[in-house]
Design a binder for this molecule. Structure first.
Ligand SMILES: [Zn+2]
Length: 387
């Protein structure tokens, strides 16, 4: 009896240790089968998509270093689920920094995601766990037309009850990405889901049982992700990618060639900390899909041909602030969205965001002196103001 009890206690301790260690590593499953958004395109659509992809590559849209850049601004509505009593959920700062991570990955293509109309906090414990396919209760009352809606919740389960990082609910004909809180801040899962939103498949293709893509690239446009600058990927995981992001597998393709996958590709199932880039053709594909679909997806969609000149002449008024808002006055040709940061006199950032209408609400600040830094792609200016 005593031996049995001891064994039982050791068993309990082991279970505790194992679950504690896997919790620490935060290995969460992936988003299963993805709908191929391009599968239903007719011949005309396919041709158009190819043309836009080609535009991206030949016009060098992403890598343009000229001062006149096209900036693609994607409005994001963030919905943060918290407990019914208002506890838990991601903070304003976490949302801002996850958007910064996202913008860093998309910087090369001149795409910028910005918070549209602030963050919606949803205090409802019953929405803290979402089962893929049963997201209706979350979405029905909390959806903004014409923008990309991103929902942040504690836990997401797929149909087989596995915890997953997130998914892109493209079957609903709505613009939706749902993310698990801990994954939203891991630097790559948000970009991964947004890659799906803009039609990208996994680099290992659309199934979960390896790829038919050959290492020599001879069938790269019809297998895997259908793109030829992402090397054949036999399916990556924490088992075959080491902590330094080296591929450790020894799988071979139908020709007997060894795979040499890109363990840093955002659209792979590699370690989440390794994923930090898209390939050029992935960018081109996202651009093409965006250009084709933008009018359907985004009401508030804006493409502005921006002139990134200096901000030297920018003025803020009134100073001291009288109606809780800072007005920005700038040269007319500076028609781009400005990023702003409000800091206290010791340089601590109090809040930041993007200004579309040249008004910044500073109501939340107590009376005192502050700095506001405004920036565009090229320059920054800092002004002192009193509230
Ligand atoms: Zn995925």
């Amino acid at each position: 009896m005593k031996i049995l009890q001891k064994t039982y206690i050791i068993f309990i301790i082991l279970v505790f240790l194992i679950s504690a260690s896997s919790y620490g590593q935060e290995i969460v499953g992936h988003d299963d089968q993805i709908t191929d958004k391009l599968a239903n395109l007719d011949e005309h659509g396919k041709k158009l998509l190819k043309e836009y992809q080609q535009d991206y590559l030949t016009l060098n849209i992403g890598k343009s270093s000229s001062s006149k850049k096209q900036k693609f601004l994607i409005p994001v509505k963030a919905h943060v689920v918290r407990d019914s009593d208002g506890h838990g959920g991601l903070s304003n700062n976490s949302i801002q920094s996850s958007l910064e991570d996202l913008n860093y990955i998309f910087e090369d293509v001149n795409v910028s995601f910005y918070l549209f109309d602030g963050i919606e906090f949803i205090n409802d414990s019953s929405l803290n766990q979402i089962i893929k396919g049963n997201e209706g209760a979350l979405i029905n009352d909390h959806y903004e037309e014409g923008v990309l809606n991103i929902y942040f919740t504690d836990k997401i389960l797929n149909a087989t009850n596995t915890s997953i990082c997130g998914y892109n609910a493209d079957n609903l004909d709505k613009n939706i990405v749902i993310l698990k809180n801990s994954c939203a801040v891991n630097g790559s899962s948000m970009a991964h889901e947004i890659g799906h939103f803009f039609s990208l498949l996994h680099t290992h293709g659309n199934g979960n049982n390896g790829t038919e893509e050959l290492v020599d690239g001879s069938n790269c446009d019809t297998t895997g992700d259908g793109l030829c600058d992402t090397p054949a990927d036999p399916g990556l995981s924490y088992d075959n990618v080491d902590e330094d992001c080296n591929y450790m597998g020894d799988a071979t393709d139908a020709n007997g060639d060894y795979y040499s996958p890109d363990t840093g590709n955002v659209m792979s199932y590699s370690r989440k900390s390794c994923r930090d880039h898209f390939s050029t053709q992935q960018y081109a594909r996202m651009y093409a899909y965006y250009v084709m679909m933008k009018d359907e997806i985004f009401d508030e969609f804006e493409v502005s041909t921006t002139t990134t000149e200096g901000l030297e002449n920018v003025k803020i008024y009134p100073n001291p602030v009288t109606d809780g808002q800072i007005h920005i006055q700038r040269d007319e040709f500076l028609n781009e969205t400005l990023q702003f940061e409000v800091t206290n006199l010791s340089g601590q950032i109090l809040f930041k965001g993007f200004s579309n209408n040249d008004l910044i609400n500073v109501n939340r600040l107590p009376s005192g002196s502050y700095f506001i830094t405004l920036s565009n792609a090229e320059t920054k200016v800092t002004r002192r103001f009193i509230k």
